[in-house]
Ligand binder design. Structure first.
Ligand code: SF4
Ligand code: SF4
Length: 60
């Protein structure tokens, strides 16, 4: 499992931060980031992927 974010496309809207039930994302500056060590906690609900307005998140 891997969380991939196309940082060139991210507009820093914070939607992924709000919808993730596992609190995996945080905003730094104007971009989202996966918190250090948080990727392993992802339950693959795909909420972030589905709700990102610019579709820059892929859960593989
Ligand atoms: S798939 Fe679900 S748990 Fe994983 S990062 Fe996205 S919102 Fe969070
Ligand atoms: S929902 Fe998408 S555009 Fe918005 S902060 Fe998250 S990754 Fe960036």
């Amino acid at each position: 499992m891997a969380i991939k974010v196309d940082m060139d496309k991210c507009i820093g809207c914070g939607t992924c931060v709000k919808v993730c039930p596992m609190n995996i994302y945080e905003l730094k500056g104007k971009k989202t980031h996966v918190k250090d060590g948080a990727e392993k906690d992802c339950i693959q609900c795909h909420a972030c992927e589905a709700n990102c307005p610019v579709k820059c998140i892929t859960i593989e």
